[in-house]
Design a protein around this ligand. Structure first.
Ligand code: IVH
Length: 685
């Protein structure tokens, strides 16, 4: 790739012609690196190098709007929100698969295929059965044109804008060799959310006081059906493509060839986990192996799919009324168990939302002991008619929070008790309010200590101000001891306040104070996230810092100004305006800045203060990790390299530095300690 693309100076490009040339190169390079990252899982450049190309491209497209193209990688973030979903007719019906549960049925399936095809043995492709949502994506002349849900199989919902936000979905088909990709390509696959992505999403929803998703599949469905694609873009959706409905001008011979070719076109297929199998033993072995691997996979699967590999044979076998004869879905055993619901406790979230949680008699499900399960809200409890004392069916899916599926009503004994959300907050005893639909109960006291605990936790979290050592236990302890009562008081803590507390020694007290001090240097986007504005996740916080230079600019933004930003939808805009409309919040920010919070915004070009400077880090660092240090240099426009040469401007040396330090001395290069480096960064930015 063209390395120089990473450090392009957009301001120097002053003609449309030049811009067009650079834009094309940037797009090509970004598409290539998307492919390496998302499809091959094998990136060859750093995230910050990638980001700088994307930022340069976005700037150039802003400067020369006539060069903007709907398939540009910058368009992969979200589009305009809509009032309702349109409908899309599938060119060929989207059928589903026959589901089977027993090995015996696999035997029958194989037998029927062999008999019908009059063959001794049939080759199959065994694939995973992803637990997501089936989608269809149409590419016309190589460009993504329409994406839709399965719907009733004939007509689905138009989810084009949402699917475009999925990084793994290319907006353009990649051409390999000289042969053009098909003029029309219609592919099908499964959109899903990884377990990790799902857990993070729920964590952040919990801290924003929003209802939690029951499982990754529901979360993916919710994200796909969003009317506001900005919201979709915030959700970590992924895809596996597994079928071709139309490939104009192409005739594939096998399912395996389809998987391989789609990947070459830049579409994400899961060849690694798929396998060619012949005969019942190989099919059953695949099923068994995948059932065992199920818990290690980063995404949910609920079975495996067997497809006749040869497409002519598929054709011969044809269809039953609703599903093909040439494929079956062989499901895994569901991971469910029954146990007694001993109690229902209520948790309070950061925005005061009360959530009922089931306390279960410990039960082993799929090798894990389950003691708690989510009950969501009063409306869910009523709908399922769950009572304390009931024997309940509990389902676990991957790492996901277990769910109470239903009570076993037949064995009720009469002592079971209905549950009502408390009228008073279990933490502060203030009145609560339950919405009419009973889906949301809140504590109305904005100073509720339980809320405060959660908001401080969010503020200090890894993605927020990243205050190491300030976990939930410590926060509780400090609140209980009256050392803190909100964000502001964090910055007033002294070592003396801590040393007398239990489990605090001098060094851990000093350490915490140091970490809090360090958080003052955190960038604006982290701060915006840390504030805990409902609906503002890390992505949105970053988008905001791309568009507002300072926190003051953001605080004064109107709803129109916010929705004018391509990537911010009306709901998010309203939430931001409401948040900063509160005098308390504005005051808090003013006071925090008085405490010395920097809230610098390195994204704004004026802050590229290290432009043209090259740094080398050697020896041990104390406060920063090596990659944080490099990231800082890159954020401010500098370069961090690993070897000292005549091009090196500064060497940052810590304990244990050796030959690189000697070399720097020899060349007369300025040498910084880590502390001097950080001071330099501050004074220079
Ligand atoms: S092939 C005609 N392959 O399972 C074949 N489906 O009822 C069409 N699914 O609606 C589907 N993983 O949502 C196929 N590897 C896979 C799959 C898969 C999950 C879903 C798909 C479909 C349902 C089957």
């Amino acid at each position: 790739m063209d390395r120089h693309l990473v450090s392009i100076d957009v301001d120097r490009i002053d003609t449309e012609e030049k811009a067009e040339e650079v834009i094309n190169k940037l797009r090509e390079s970004i598409e290539y690196h998307n492919y390496r990252y998302y499809v091959l899982d094998d990136p060859i450049i750093s995230d910050s190098e990638y980001d700088s190309m994307l930022i340069a491209l976005r700037k150039l497209e802003e400067k020369y709007p006539s060069l903007l193209s709907p398939t540009s990688p910058t368009q992969q973030i979200g589009g305009e929100p809509r009032d309702s979903m349109g409908l899309v007719q599938h060119p060929i019906p989207m059928v589903s698969l026959k589901t089977i549960y027993e090995a015996e049925e696999v035997r029958k399936f194989d037998q029927t295929c062999r008999e019908e095809l009059e063959l001794e043995s049939v080759e199959y492709v065994a694939e995973l059965k992803y637990d997501g949502l089936a989608v269809e994506i149409v590419y016309n002349d190589g460009k993504l044109s329409v994406a839709s849900t399965r719907g009733d199989g004939t007509t689905g919902e138009d989810i084009t804008a949402n699917v475009k936000t999925i990084r793994e979905v290319p907006l353009k088909i990649k051409q390999f060799s000289k042969i053009l990709p098909p003029s029309q390509l219609v592919v099908r696959g499964e959109v899903y959310m990884s377990i990790d992505g799902f857990n993070k999403l729920n964590e952040s929803r919990e801290s924003e006081g929003l209802t939690l998703f029951a499982n990754p599949r529901n979360a993916a469905a919710g994200a796909l059906r969003q009317l506001d694609p900005t919201v979709t873009a915030e959700r970590p959706l992924q895809i596996f493509v597994y079928a071709v409905a139309i490939a104009e001008g192409y005739s594939f011979k096998t399912q395996w060839e389809i998987l391989e070719t789609l990947r070459k076109w830049g579409l994400k297929t899961n060849i690694e986990m798929s396998r060619k199998c012949t005969g019942i033993d190989e099919l059953l072995a695949y099923h068994e192996e995948m059932e065992q691997k199920r818990d290690e996979l980063p995404y949910e699967i609920d079975g495996v799919v067997f497809k006749v590999n040869n497409l002519e044979q598929q054709e011969k076998l044809g269809m039953r009324s609703r599903d093909p004869r040439w494929a079956v879905a062989f499901k895994f055993k569901p991971r469910q168990g029954t146990t007694v619901l001993e109690d229902i406790i209520v948790q309070i979230g950061r925005t005061g939302k009360l959530t009922p949680v089931a306390v279960l008699k410990p039960v082993h499900i799929g090798g894990i002991e389950v003691t708690r399960a989510s009950l969501h809200n009063q409306s869910e409890i009523d709908r399922k008619d769950i009572r304390i004392g009931d024997t309940v069916l509990v389902e676990r899916a991957g790492d996901v929070i277990p769910q109470v599926v239903k009570p076993i009503k037949d064995i009720r004994e009469g002592h079971e008790k209905k549950f009502r959300m408390p009228k008073k907050c279990p933490s502060c005893n203030s009145p609560t309010h339950t919405s009419e639909d009973k889906k949301l109960t809140r504590c109305l006291n904005i100073d509720c200590p339980a809320q405060l605990r959660r908001s401080i936790g969010h503020f200090a979290s890894k993605m927020g101000m990243d205050i190491e050592g300030l976990g939930p236990k410590r926060i509780n302890q400090l609140l209980d001891a009256g050392v803190i009562d909100g964000f502001l008081s964090l910055y007033e803590i002294s070592v003396d306040d801590l040393v007398d507390l239990e489990r605090f020694g001098k060094s851990s007290a000093q350490n915490l104070v140091k970490q809090i001090e360090k958080s003052k240097d955190k960038t604006l986007d982290r701060f915006i996230f840390a504030l805990g504005i409902p609906l503002v996740g890390t992505q949105t916080a970053k988008i905001l810092t791309d568009n507002f230079e300072t926190i003051d600019d953001l605080m004064d933004a109107t709803k129109d100004q916010l929705t004018d930003i391509d990537l911010i939808g009306p709901e998010v805009a309203k939430s931001i305006v409401d948040f900063f409309g509160e005098k308390r919040n504005r005051n808090l920010i003013k006071m925090l800045r008085k405490k010395g919070l920097e809230l610098s915004n390195p994204k704004i070009s004026g802050d590229k203060k290290l432009d043209g400077l090259t740094f080398v880090f050697t020896g041990a660092l104390e406060t920063l990790t090596r990659s944080e240090a490099k990231e800082l240099v890159e954020i401010y426009g500098g370069k961090a390299t690993s070897s000292v040469s005549g091009n090196t401007d500064y060497v940052v040396a810590g304990p244990g530095a050796g030959s690189k330090l000697d070399m720097a001395k020899e060349l007369g290069i300025t040498i910084f300690s880590e502390e001097e480096f950080l001071r330099f960064l501050k004074s220079n930015t």
